[in-house]
Design a binder for this molecule. Structure first.
Ligand code: NAD
Length: 418
């Protein structure tokens, strides 16, 4: 992966490109490109052996013009101030693209969680939650899971916040366990929207996703659910990968069984049902109809993009294509469904979770999935309309144009104080 590309610079380039098609003055554009505030903190945590270790952590609150800040918390050694800033900006435009009444935020801890015990991870998470407590709240900022965090971490953060604030406020965080106030359908939501968006893209091209061959990079929450749901629509998942490498099978890989193998062995590599192994770079350049990048930023840089043979890319990951990679794919007429729509299912069902928490009234999975489907299909159509009406260079630019318009409208109402 081209790790040298700074994700915040990529994010700002994307906003700049769309800004050419939006009516907003210079000051407003500056506001649209930078976070409102960032918490940078050093967490001192006691390890199991009694020693103290210090972890750098961040929370970026990018834009709250359309509602409380909203975005996940990532645990990864490559977390940085700029990465968190970029991810929080993508969130602001993602909630706007989905049309849900929330802003954008993101957080992270610089850590490889695989190196720590569960009790250490609990103390690290609760220490971060203590630092976050003055900033978050169901009307202020609502975190959620991201890479290497899930229901367990969300439950710890909720419990720490509620204990310190002496309250019951399940809507302070989403992606919780059902028993702690989580929503049906949340675990599958990101993969679900990625696949719904891909299905709509094939439909737009006059094709059917059930005839498609698919490659998925990254086999965590977003990736494996995308593979499973694509398979349920009749597509053939021929390749999947994780950080240890990838596997390929011309006749298709059983998504559920490959996940079982990863759970048991730690990786999809050496899955007995595969014909051969492939590297991550080879996977991205396979001759498939649909490519789903579901790992990290910058997976598809200019060089990789030149070898991409897919007709449609649906971005489950945030920022998987660099701006230079995007230019190549645009020239090659690859239809890229941008992350801020394709993976918006996660935040959309997080929004449903928050609504249910506030109402203390819970929906069944069918209702969650139906409401999600309506939003993704509607917003896909809105992007296509903008793309065609203004003859925009890509669906990504269309998404930013639609989203920036919505944020600017709210920002103008919000006024500048004092
Ligand atoms: P996860 O931790 O569940 O899974 C990440 C997967 O990526 C793992 O299989 C890991 O092995 C793989 N991976 C990591 N580095 C890799 C590399 N260099 N090459 C190939 N594979 C690699 O994380 P997730 O929640 O599935 O998140 C994946 C992406 O989806 C991220 O970009 C995240 O921001 C985005 N996303 C997630 C959600 C969500 O609800 N979970 C929502 C929106 C966007």
């Amino acid at each position: 992966m081209g790790d040298s590309v700074n994700p915040f610079e990529s994010f700002q380039e994307q906003v700049d490109e769309a800004a050419d098609y939006v009516e907003a003055d210079e000051g407003m554009l500056e506001r649209l490109k930078n976070p409102e505030r960032i918490l940078e903190t050093n967490l001192s945590v006691e390890m199991d052996d009694g020693s103290i270790e210090v972890f750098r952590a961040y929370r970026s609150q990018f834009n709250g013009d359309r509602g409380p800040y909203k975005g996940g918390i990532r645990y990864h050694p490559n977390v940085s101030r700029d990465e968190v800033k970029a991810l929080s900006g993508w969130m602001a435009y993602k909630t706007a693209t989905a049309g849900i009444p929330l802003g954008g935020g993101k957080g992270g801890i610089v850590i490889d969680p695989a190196e720590y015990s569960e009790s250490e991870l609990e103390r690290i998470t609760r220490t971060f939650a203590k630092e976050l407590t003055p900033l978050i709240g169901e009307d202020r900022d609502i975190p959620a899971p991201d890479v290497n965090t899930g229901q367990r971490e969300m439950n710890w953060i909720k419990d720490t916040y509620e204990t310190l604030e002496n309250t019951t406020e399940p809507g302070v965080i989403t992606g919780k366990d059902i028993s702690s106030g989580g929503s049906e359908g949340r675990v599958e939501a990101t993969g679900r929207s990625t696949v719904i968006a891909a299905r709509e893209a094939f439909d737009y091209l006059g094709r059917d996703i059930s005839d498609a061959t698919v490659a998925v990079q990254g086999y965590g929450n977003a990736g494996w659910i995308s593979a499973k749901l694509a398979e349920e629509l009749g597509a053939t998942v021929v390749a999947v990968s994780d950080s240890s490498g990838g596997i390929y099978s011309e006749d298709g890989i059983d998504a559920v069984d490959a996940k079982r193998h990863k759970r048991e062995t730690g990786s999809v590599v050496e899955y007995p049902g595969a014909d051969e192994e492939v590297t991550n770079d080879e996977l991205l350049q396979l001759d498939v109809d649909l490519l789903i990048p579901a790992a990290l930023e910058n997976a598809i840089d200019e060089e990789i993009a030149r070898g991409v043979r897919a007709d449609v890319i649906s971005e489950a990951a945030n920022g998987p294509i660099t701006p230079a990679g995007d230019d190549v794919l645009e020239d090659e007429d690859v239809l890229v469904v941008p992350d801020i729509l394709a993976n918006a299912g996660g935040v959309t069902v997080s929004y449903f979770e928050w609504v249910q928490n506030r109402q203390r009234f819970y929906w069944d999975e069918e209702r969650v999935n139906d409401e999600l489907e309506d939003i993704i299909v509607d917003q896909f159509d809105t992007l296509v309309d903008a793309y065609e009406e203004h003859d925009l260079p890509s669906m990504r630019v269309a998404a930013y144009v639609v989203a920036i318009d919505r944020v600017v409208e709210a920002a103008e109402q919000a006024d500048v104080w004092p």
